[in-house]
Write a protein of this length. Structure first.
Ligand code: UD1
Length: 422
């Protein structure tokens, strides 16, 4: 296994091109199961997670061609309905084949996703939602088996203990588009990725009102058609590079992203004294001329501050003089990165569901362990801020979510290279 080596302390300069959204691609790829027509998806990032989803679609009978970020999905000889443990256990995103399989084939057997270091991640809302549409659910041998002679529209409240759920909304929405009658999802997730999925389904012929809102009204249709569709930019990748620019006081231009999806981050950065703005042509610039102030952040479902940028924001705060408090209301246990950042000289302690960050003057390079995708991105930012060399172990986490990471970093002058694990 490779180790990612970083030599920090330098300021970076240049353009970073943002890829298509991973979290949009996964449910939209799953939604191709809703039609036998050919679907062409553009701007699908080449990542470990999208490659896993391709394997899953193939295992479910689709013929898939993937070249230059364009994915073509065609019906194969026979459609399958069993989503295997080997594929679902490596990536929670693959659980969103449940809804489309059930919608199209009226049966689905999908492995329960495995545990994850960012906390317990149940699927009760997914199950509640498809049950409300008439599916019979049993859990056996680690699999969820869902069957329904037919799905019938219903009113479903999808809020949970931690608010809305992105993938539960995706699953119920995808099951409902081919159901009989009308479905109303109350407390639907409003994330741009769900809006993107909704738009994709509408273009395929689904009848959905309320795109992007917490109330989705779906009138079932008989059939969906194949289309060509382009995935939205990855707001979490864009946010990560914006935070990298702020943290390393760099002059980066973030290209092909949508700043409107990042209001909460922009607000917190403005408070901290960082100016982030979109130029006329849409390029995002980060101005780091001022002295920064510590600011506190609490993550919430969209349009709140995204949990997927919490760790990266913490890395930025680690060297801002003063105290900031970071809480995660979406994944209250998502703090594994604290210990690794402290190995690099940060002064962060966890108190209940909050992290107290006492800004230090400098971080220093150290060997650290990536624990999950976004925590790894935070270590990357910390490593590029730090004095000396940082070794990030278990970088396969980064490969799950950041397309062409090293190339993009090298292009803006970062000192980054791979070595073999000793
Ligand atoms: C998606 C994203 C992930 C992001 C997360 C929150 C994908 C592939 N992944 O994950 O990157 O961190 O949204 O923005 O899009 N919950 C329940 N019951 C359920 C489902 C979820 O209690 O049935 C809880 C979760 O434990 C969590 C909260 O709801 O506390 C939000 O999770 P959810 O929005 O479902 O996350 P995912 O869709 O799995």
């Amino acid at each position: 296994m490779d180790v990612l080596m970083l030599k920090g302390g330098a300021s970076l300069k240049g353009d970073v091109n943002i890829s298509g959204s991973k979290n949009s691609s996964l449910p939209i790829m799953a939604a191709t199961l809703l039609t036998d027509d050919t679907v062409v998806l553009k701007r699908v990032p080449n990542l470990r997670d999208t490659r896993t989803m391709i394997k899953l679609l193939q295992s479910l009978g689709k013929e898939v061609d993937y070249k230059d970020n364009t994915l073509t999905v065609k019906a194969g000889k026979k459609a399958g309905y069993i989503a295997d443990y080997d594929l679902v256990s490596t990536m929670r995103g693959s659980f969103c084949v449940l809804g489309p399989l059930l919608g199209k084939l009226k049966k689905a057997k999908v492995s329960l996703p495995g545990g994850c270091v960012i906390g317990i991640r149940p699927v009760d809302l997914h199950i509640k939602g498809v049950e409300a549409l008439g599916a019979k659910i049993s859990v056996d041998g680690g699999y969820v088996l869902a069957t329904a002679p037919k799905l019938i529209g219903n009113e479903i409240f999808l809020g949970g203990v931690f608010g809305s759920s992105v993938l539960a909304t995706a699953n119920v929405l995808m099951a409902a588009v081919l159901a009989e009658g009308e479905t109303v999802i109350e407390f639907a997730a409003c994330e741009p990725e769900i809006e993107d999925l909704t738009e994709f389904l509408i273009e395929m012929g689904a009848n959905i009102e309320g795109k992007g809102s917490p109330r989705l009204k779906i009138k079932g249709v008989k059939k969906l058609k194949g289309i060509t569709y382009e995935i939205i930019p990855d707001r979490i990748e864009a946010g990560t590079y914006i935070l990298l620019a702020a943290a390393t006081r760099s002059d980066l231009t973030i290209k092909n992203a949508n700043l409107k999806h990042l209001f909460a981050l922009v607000d917190r950065l403005n408070q901290a004294g960082v100016k982030v703005y979109a130029e006329k042509n849409g390029d995002i610039k980060v101005s780091t001329s001022k002295k920064f102030k510590p600011v506190s952040v609490t993550t919430y479902p969209y349009p709140g501050f995204p949990t997927d940028l919490q760790a990266q924001f913490m890395a930025f705060m680690a060297t801002i003089e003063g105290v900031s408090i970071i809480s995660d209301k979406v994944y209250p246990d998502r703090f594994i990165h604290i210990a690794e950042m402290n190995r690099m000289g940060a002064d962060i302690r966890r108190e209940g569901t909050a992290a107290i960050v006492q800004g230090v003057k400098k971080l220093h390079g150290a060997p650290v362990m990536a624990s999950d995708l976004r925590a790894s991105a935070a270590l990357l930012i910390a490593g590029l801020m730090a004095k000396g060399t940082t070794e990030i172990h278990r970088i396969y986490h980064l490969e799950r979510g950041y397309e062409d990471l090293e190339d993009k970093l090298l292009k803006v002058g970062a000192k980054v290279w791979r070595e073999k694990e000793k």
